[in-house]
Design a binder for this molecule. Structure first.
Ligand SMILES: [Fe+2]
Length: 256
């Protein structure tokens, strides 16, 4: 098999990508635990601690969603919310790990959303009958500063929050099982579903622009319930479905 490019490992955490990696690389590379499948698998990528791992062309393992959706654990800095806020060293989160929190993701054709069969199937399958667009930038959003501040207040909803980025980009921050912030960077073509009951917030990145399709089952209800709203049934159901289930299964240390 042809081998080329350089692959270095990130934090030594196990995830779903690990099985494929180690089995491909062989037993001699069993210590190469990668943080996620995104840029750790790009030939030439080197992680912050620069632990040499292997030389391999693993592009066939690339999940195309990760070109438009990336996620990582946030630092505790109070600097501008629009900065990436990576931890040191960077600690990425795979889309599989996001799915364990109930956060679903797709990559879609944002240039042809009006005729996109994949989007149509998702909408039909999940009952997303309502659709509109929301543009967030200083020029187009009335009461911009106030809205941006509100979006960044930690909150939950009693229904899913579905956002499909058709232009620009932005950060959707979600809490993990240990209450740590994961920053989910969604760019053009990325669509995510945040489950009802998950604590989250939104901010633009430094590009200061996103155009997002908003989807909903039936008549939309955008009401945010700022934290704490732990007594709501949607929150309890979220914990039962995604957090307590996780606590009962073998632990993977995602907060390291
Ligand atoms: Fe929200």
């Amino acid at each position: 098999m042809k081998i080329g490019g350089t692959l270095c490992c990130g934090s030594r955490r196990t995830n779903h990508a690990l099985t494929a990696t180690t089995s491909f690389l062989g037993a001699g590379h069993g210590l190469c635990y990668v943080a996620s499948l995104s840029d750790r698998f790009r030939p030439g990528y080197c992680c912050d601690d620069s632990v040499y791992c292997a030389s391999a062309n693993l592009s066939f393992l690339q999940d195309e969603r990760e070109e438009v959706i990336e996620a990582w654990y946030m630092d505790d800095s109070h600097e501008d919310q629009r900065l990436p806020h990576h931890r040191e060293p960077k600690t990425f989160v795979s889309l599989d790990q996001l799915a364990e929190l109930g956060v679903l993701s797709w990559r879609l054709d944002a240039d042809n959303y009006e005729t996109d069969e994949q989007l149509k199937k998702i909408r039909e399958g999940r009952g997303y009958s309502y659709m509109d667009f929301c543009e967030v930038c200083p020029e187009k959003l009335p009461n911009y500063e106030e809205k941006i501040k509100n979006f960044f207040e930690e909150h939950l909803h009693t229904d899913e929050e579905i956002r499909y980025c058709v232009a620009g980009s932005g950060y959707f921050d979600v809490r993990d099982h240990h209450d740590s912030w994961i920053r989910v960077w969604v760019k053009k073509g990325g669509m995510i579903v945040l489950p009802a009951g998950i604590y989250h917030r939104f901010t633009l990145d430094t590009n200061n622009y996103i155009k997002a399709m908003r989807l909903f089952v039936g008549d939309p209800i955008w009401t945010p319930f700022n934290r704490p709203h732990d007594h709501l049934p949607a929150r309890k159901e979220y914990l039962e479905t995604f957090v307590q289930k996780e606590a009962a299964s073998p632990a993977v240390d995602a907060s390291a």
